[in-house]
Design a protein around this ligand. Structure first.
Ligand SMILES: [Mn+2]
Length: 178
């Protein structure tokens, strides 16, 4: 069993990022931040955190995308703007991210950019957008911001979403066979 914290699009709210990281740090195998922090890449809050660049980030030390394998799971992580994630009038356009993730041999794709939380299984890959903690959009905006935790067991993926005060949103939990 392994567990991963996934956060995106805090747009300058460093305090909430630090609070969420501190809350989960000892319980997860890795922490992913999917871009648009508007902080510096070498900010101490990102110590030990896997980061990528967002369209609102000015520090070019952030990378465009990242392929990481942890506990046998290969992740493709990117913000989304470089892969046209917003091209469709829907949750997200996965096509360009999917090409890159296939080339990388990834089984889990992590992105942000749309500020719409959600998870889908597409082309043998799990796509997770944790939403934005500070500027939520869409039908779940009423929650006041979300982040996600992925739990991987031998035969399943489970994705839980939480509000910025760490309150579990049980109605959003989804599980998929792997
Ligand atoms: Mn954003």
């Amino acid at each position: 069993m392994s567990k991963f914290l996934i956060v995106s699009d805090i747009h300058g709210d460093r305090d909430v990022l630090e609070t969420v990281f501190n809350h989960w740090q000892k319980d997860v195998d890795a922490v992913f931040y999917n871009g648009d922090s508007e902080l510096q890449a070498d900010d101490s809050v990102f110590e030990g955190v896997s980061t990528v660049i967002g369209n609102m980030d000015s520090d070019l030390d952030f990378v465009d995308a990242r392929v990481t394998t942890i506990k046998g799971i290969t992740f493709f992580q990117t913000h989304g703007h470089l892969y046209d994630a917003r091209a469709f009038d829907a949750w997200a356009n996965l096509l360009l991210m999917n090409q890159a993730a296939s080339e990388a041999g990834a089984s889990v794709v992590l992105f942000g950019h749309t500020h719409l939380d959600g998870v889908v299984y597409f082309d043998d890959k799990l796509y997770i957008n944790p939403g934005s903690i500070t500027i939520p959009k869409g039908e779940h905006a009423m929650y006041g911001g979300t982040y996600a935790v992925l739990t991987v067991s031998d035969d399943a993926y489970k994705i839980d979403f939480y509000k910025r005060n760490h309150q579990h949103l049980a109605e959003l939990t989804k599980t998929f066979k792997r």
